[in-house]
Design a protein around this ligand. Structure first.
Ligand SMILES: *Cc1c(COP(=O)(O)O)cnc(C)c1O
Length: 357
């Protein structure tokens, strides 16, 4: 029996996509082999990468002068790749709105002067700083932000307007809302939140800005090299890219990012409305900055939270335990989470509230 999986990542994938992968597992596209067994230089796999790239371009309206590449090492490796490709004068700005943003900032410090220009830890990362009052470093090589904070459940409503190139970690929200890619120098996202199984990371980068990586930048982390080699400088994560391609095709068939966003907002509002109107559950993120992907909530009692997680599991609602930094619960309701899953969660929350009031 399939359960509803609210994990933050790796996370649920569309059931029809999993079935398609199952169907094709022993014989991919008439090759008589699994996608996992085909050479990455084979035409059949080349077509998969090309299609995945073109779908990313189409679904996010990526301008032609941007590279779209598939790389390995997760979003965490991009924390290093960002300074290694962009930190030419040795200084950059970071906005720290959560744990991953902090890690990105810390990684930046290895390579140069990484200035933390705002930090929302004073209120346990429950808001995004006021963008109009930010003070940027003169001549910074880039400004790094984490657009959706997976652990704390906050999201940028708008993006900073700054002179420096804007770099965004969009791991936990890519393909959940329309974005103007031309406002960003670089967007990167690990796939295991809202796109595919773990193993592949998408990087979208303005080509003119990535031509001159630092001397010490490892070849594998040079976005320019990956771009010139069509994401195949070495053996790429073939299966993860294949799964990403299937999910992207499915997203296109469902109406693309705009249509998906409407469903995502609908699902998130169902849950937030229920939480806000209940006596037992609370979400502490400032309303304006609430994520539509990751929704943390607490009962106010650690004991009751633990009971909630255990009983939810018995009811087929899995991985609702909050991150160890936050405690409580967290429902990650990515694109692949059906509306019925959110309704089932709300039904359970109601019942739990009545029984434990
Ligand atoms: C999960 C996550 C990461 C870390 O991803 P890895 O692929 O495990 O390196 C980084 N940033 C954000 C926003 C995330 O949600």
């Amino acid at each position: 029996m399939r359960v509803y999986n609210f994990a933050a990542g790796p996370s649920c994938l569309p059931e029809n996509v999993l079935k398609k992968a199952q169907e094709e597992l022993l014989d991919f596209s008439g090759t008589g082999m699994s996608i996992c067994e085909i050479s990455h230089r084979d035409k059949a796999f080349g077509a998969v990468v090309a299609e995945a790239e073109s779908l990313v371009r189409e679904l996010l309206c990526v301008p032609d002068d941007y590279a779209v590449i598939f790389v390995q090492g997760g979003a965490s490796t991009q924390f290093a790749a960002v300074p290694l490709n962009l930190m030419h004068t040795g200084k950059a700005d970071y906005i720290v709105t959560g744990n991953f943003a902090k890690k990105a900032w810390q990684e930046g410090q290895i390579y140069g002067e990484a200035n933390k220009i705002a930090d929302t830890s004073d209120k346990t990362y429950t808001y995004i700083p006021d963008l109009s009052s930010l003070r940027y470093t003169e001549g910074a090589d880039y400004l790094h932000i984490t657009s959706n904070n997976t652990i704390f459940g906050s999201v940028y409503a708008d993006f900073p307007e700054c002179a420096a190139p804007l770099v965004a970690d969009m791991s936990s929200e890519i393909f959940s809302r329309e974005i103007d890619v031309s406002k960003f120098a670089v967007i990167y996202a690990g796939a295991q939140k809202n796109l595919a199984p773990a193993g592949v990371t998408i990087v979208i980068a303005k080509r003119e800005l990535i031509q001159d990586p630092l001397k010490i930048c490892p070849t594998m982390l040079r976005w320019k090299v990956q771009d010139e080699n069509g994401s195949m400088y070495n053996t790429p994560p073939c299966f993860a890219i294949y799964m990403a391609d299937l999910v992207l095709k499915d997203l296109k068939a469902k109406g693309g990012v705009k249509a998906m966003h409407e469903v995502d907002v609908y699902k998130a509002n169902l849950l937030y409305d229920f939480i806000d109107n209940s006596k037992l559950y609370k979400n502490y993120v400032e309303k304006k900055y609430r994520s539509i992907m990751n929704i943390p909530f607490v009962t106010g009692s650690d004991e009751l939270d633990a009971k909630f997680v255990a009983e939810a599991k018995k009811a087929g609602l899995l991985s609702l335990k909050g991150h160890r930094l936050v405690g409580g619960m967290r429902a990650s309701i990515y694109n692949a989470m059906p509306v019925e899953g959110v309704k089932a969660l709300i039904g359970f929350m109601k019942k739990f509230e009545t029984e434990n009031a």
